[in-house]
Design a binder for this molecule. Sequence first.
Ligand code: TEU
Ligand code: CA
Length: 591
Amino acid sequence: MKTRPHPWWQQSTVYQIYPRSFCDANGDGIGDLKGITSKLDHIKALGAEVIWLSPVYQSPNDDNGYDISDYRAIHPEFGTMTEFEAMLAAMHERGLKLVMDLVVNHCSDEHPWFQQARTSRDNPYHDWFIWREPVKREGEHAKHREPNNWESVFGGSAWEWNEATGEYYLHMFTRKQPDLNWENPELRRAVYGIMRFWLDKGVDGFRMDVINMISKPYGPEGTLPDAAIRHESRFLQSGFWMSCNGPRLLEFLREMRREVLDHYEVLTVGECPMVTVELAAEITDAETGALDMVFQFEHMDVDTRRGTPDGKWALKPLELPELKTILNRWQEGLAERGWNSLYWCNHDQPRPVSRFGDPAYRVESATMLATCLHLMRGTPYVYQGEELGMTNVPFATIEECRDIETLNFHRLATTERGWTDAQAMASIRAKGRDNARVPMPWNDGPNGGFGSAAPWIGVHPDYREVNAAAAVADADSVFHYYRRLIALRKEHPILTDGRYVPLIPDHPHLFAYLRELENERWLVVCNFSGQEEALDLPDTVAGRVGELIIGNLGGSAGCEPGRLLLRPWEARAHRMEAAANMRSTETRRAK
Ligand code: TEU
Ligand code: CA
């Protein structure tokens, strides 16, 4: 295999900050830029080299900043532009790069563009959004006049009535997040201008919010076709499905690359729900694509009964072979072309320890999950608090929750869909986005050291035990294990360049794979269970298990020839020693 030239982001680890919940310097209960600046050494000590900052722009906060009303202004609750520039300088001084969130599938209904657009059909900004006439329907559907049957991602119709123009506008998220019309070249030019504004300030790239939703599937005469309910029997939330991966997506992204990205040294990652491996390869192709990597979502659906009306809230136990099938397919699918991003969580997802591990084995399962992910090929992302092994939050009542998606779900589920409050709360504890949004616990002091005032959302009840100060002081903590994994990636080209070879895909509890580069081979084995498990090395794996490179439990339960014993939630990476006349896995597999 060819060793590829390394763009800087291929050996780096990205750390995600959710600004509202990271650190509150001025004591108003809301995280802010000065707070972030004061905690950069934590990220530096971890070894991450890039920071992805969720939105800090002017916003009415209907969706916590993902509804932007001024793309060139800092929200006063986070600070000022001067403080932003000071934060960026402090990052660069430490060799940290900053990737901003770019949210341009939609803006806020309070953005001047939309304020103008909604006044009249003749307003020049009208065409920057997506408008449709009401539709006459017959029979039992007569009272529905929405242009089509699309549902918003957060529940309810994706269309909202606008009296002044006598039309509906499309909003794939809340009604305060109208979708922008990328068919309009003026709108696209305005977006590129915003991107240049931040890049010229010195930011180092963009994470692009739902960027594969910007091209809508227009039919003849600009119609937006009804979605087939149960498309591929997976997604009932079919407006969501319909608005992803549209026909002009690559064209728009390539234009963005030509107009903006090619002129800067940046990292770009596109958030792409429902993206396929094939499309991701096209988007991330170094020559003909447009972005460096995408966030795919398939592995975020393994514990969800998609295709039911309750979407992500309908829980399903994890089946490890399904998770392996997905991640193996992404590893192999982007091996020759494109590049993977690697993540277990972000500000939209519950905590991985509670989801794929076991809070009763908090440290063990957090470090096992980290090993499994960080030794794959791609750029790893660590979401604030993940490096502490944080768990989900035991929300008892809906009053403790803040997220608009969660509040919508609770209301619709208990009023229209026949869920009890107890059932809804159980799903919210398992899947709600607020699990990841409670304040970062810095120490065991008041409010977990987040700030002097009561925070906008309650602190995690475990903060006295699980906090950054305790983790940094304990050499065996989750934090120090992440630090070692992040350092390993910098030291060993096999992690960046090596081939990924999945093993034992059907094993119900073990996730195992090889990494291979030239004569070097590593074996990675992770136990996704609370039981001891034995791995009998398949005879396709030539050679002997050698030196332990990294392991999360210290010591070793043992290793007989051809057999590896794994303790509950144990993860290990070993160097393989070549057997005398070893044939490569490749030739064996080819037979
Ligand atoms: O998320 C879009 C998205 O498709 C999902 O992550 C979605 O939020 C999740 O499936 C719901 O459970 C992005 C942002 O990351 C998210 O915070 C925003 O709310 C959303 O776009 C709208 O901007
Ligand atoms: Ca504050």
